[in-house]
Design a protein around this ligand. Structure first.
Ligand code: SF4
Length: 186
């Protein structure tokens, strides 16, 4: 007879990591960061039809200090990049980022000097969501995939990965543009 059979009904066994993962994924608070057309699709998931509240995410915050998920919805101009980074820095740890749409993921059709060629040049990205624009169902799918990722992340691992990505970004910034494959049109 296992220990589970001796427990009263309704009691579950689990590790601290599992409990923390469950709490984190069940109460994410997104920061609104709509930049272009993709933002319309992002806004619709908060409405009653798609009902993001089913996943504990009904509170879209206007302040980054009360948010732990940034959904970058739309293209990021070079002028907006420092603002995005500042907002990200104001979010408390642990925090996650979804790049919504091809523009946020890679610059998309805006392959020019004015648009950041992927928001991962500015902040670490957890989920890349393709599409122009991605449908609300696709954003919900990305959110659920992020929930799985959060549930299975070891305590402290997220922060370590962020430090490594920050080092890679600093290295990328120090390389000449031609070596990064970004200078062809300039
Ligand atoms: S991916 Fe398409 S819909 Fe989204 S911001 Fe870019 S152009 Fe607009």
């Amino acid at each position: 007879m296992g220990l589970e059979e001796k427990l009263p009904s309704g009691v579950m066994l689990g590790t601290v990591e599992q409990v923390v993962g469950l709490a984190r994924k069940s109460s994410m608070w997104p920061a609104t960061f709509g930049l272009a057309c993709c933002a319309i699709e992002m806004m619709s998931v908060g409405g009653p039809h798609y009902d993001l509240a089913r996943f504990g995410m009904e509170k879209f915050g206007a302040t980054p200090r009360q948010a732990d998920l940034m959904i970058v919805a739309g293209r990021v101009s070079q002028k907006m990049a420092p603002v995005l980074r500042q907002i990200y820095d104001q979010m408390p740890e642990p925090k996650w980022v979804i790049a919504m749409g091809v523009c946020a993921s890679s610059g998309g059709m805006f392959n020019n000097y004015a648009v950041v060629q992927g928001v991962d040049h500015v902040v670490p990205v957890d989920i890349y969501l393709p599409g122009c624009p991605p449908r609300p169902e696709m954003l919900l799918d990305a959110v659920l995939k992020l929930h799985d990722k959060v549930q299975n992340t070891k305590l402290g691992a997220h922060r370590q990965r962020e430090i490594e990505e920050e080092e890679q970004r600093a290295l990328r910034r120090s390389l000449p543009l031609v070596e990064q494959g970004e200078g062809a049109e300039r």
